[in-house]
Ligand binder design. Sequence first.
Ligand code: ATP
Ligand code: MG
Ligand code: FE
Length: 346
Amino acid sequence: PLVLGIETSCDETGVGIVRGHTLLADALASSVEQHARFGGVVPEVASRAHLEAIVPTMQRALDDAGVTLADIDAIAVTAGPGLAGALLVGVAAAKGYALAADKPIYGVNHLAAHVAVDTLEHGPLPEPAVAMLVSGGHSSLLLVDDLTAGVTPLGATIDDAAGEAFDKVARLLGLGFPGGPVIDRIARDGDAAAIAFPRGLTAPKDQLKHRFDFSFSGLKTAVARWVEARERAGEPVPVADVAASFQAAVCDVLTAKALDACRENGVETLVIGGGVAANSRLRLLAEERAAKLGIRVRVPRPGLCTDNGAMVAALGSHLVAAGVAPSRLDLPADSAMPLTSVTVAG
Ligand code: ATP
Ligand code: MG
Ligand code: FE
C-alpha cells in the first residue's frame, strides 16, 4: 500500500510516504532552533511552528515521492503520546486531507511508530522481539508479539528518560540543546573510563523490584556533583572525559538490561528506536554484546531514529497490510496514549 504519515508530537513536523517497506519521501521541518535558548521544547512555540510548516512539508513530501494525494491509499497520523497542542495540528491536518481526498485515516501511537520505522531498513520485524525505546520523553523496554495489536511493557524509567539525561548533562556542561548529538560528538575525544559514574538500578537489590526499569536522575546528579567539586577546587572541567564517562554509564545500563530482557523472554531480536538510538556508542555496544549472545540487533540509521514522518507512514503501512480497521474521522489526539494501543479507534 501507498501510505502517507504525519508526525507533529513534539518539535518536528514530519511527512513521510512509503510503499510497502520502501521509503519514497521523508520531509521534515524542525523548530528545534526556536527552543534552544529555553533549553527545552516550549509547547506553544512548537504548536505554532507546526501550523506554519504542515502544509509546505506535506507538499514537499508529495513532490519528493512524485505522487499526488489521490494516489495515496491511507493517511496515518501520530495521535499520541506527545504535546497536546502539537498533536492537534497534525491530527487536524490529517483529517482535512483524509476528508478532502476521501481516504481512510489511522491515528497511531508514536512509540509504536519508533519501533515500526526499522522495517524501512531491515524489512519485516521478526516477532516476538524486544524493543528498546529511548528518546527525550521515554525509556522503555517492550515485548513485541504482534505490532498490530499492541506491545507489552517490560519496564520503563522511574524518573528521567535517557534523552532527557543527555539534554540535562549537556546543559550543565554548557553544551547547548539538544544534548544527545553534542555529547555523542564530544565524547569521541574523551576517555570513557575516566570517571566511574553510577549505573542506576543495576545493583542486585534494585534488580529484585526493578528488573527492567531504568533510572537516570541519580546519574545526572552524580555528574553535576562531580563538575561542581572540580569547579570549587578551581580546577578545569575535562568536558570530553565527563561526556564520555556519562555516555558510557547510560549505554552500559541500556544495553545490559535490553539484552537481559531478550534472554529472559527467549527472544532473538532486539530493535532499538527513539532519538537516543542515534547514539554511536549505544549502537556499537549493543552490537558487540548482542553478538556474544547470538542476539540480532536492529537499529535504523540515525536520521530515522529521531522523530520523523516516515516512521508514522511505516506503521500505517504495516497496519493497512495487516487489514487493521482505520480510525474514525473524529478520532481524538491523546497526549497520554498508552503503549498498549497502537491505533485510536475513534
Ligand atoms: P518522544 O519520542 O519520547 O516523544 P522526542 O521528541 O524527544 O520524544 P526523539 O526525536 O525521538 O523524540 O528524541 C530526541 C532525544 O534524543 C533528545 O533528548 C536528544 O538529545 C536525543 N538524541 C538525539 N541524538 C542523540 C545521540 N546521538 N546520542 C544521544 N542522544 C541523542
Ligand atoms: Mg525532537
Ligand atoms: Fe519520538
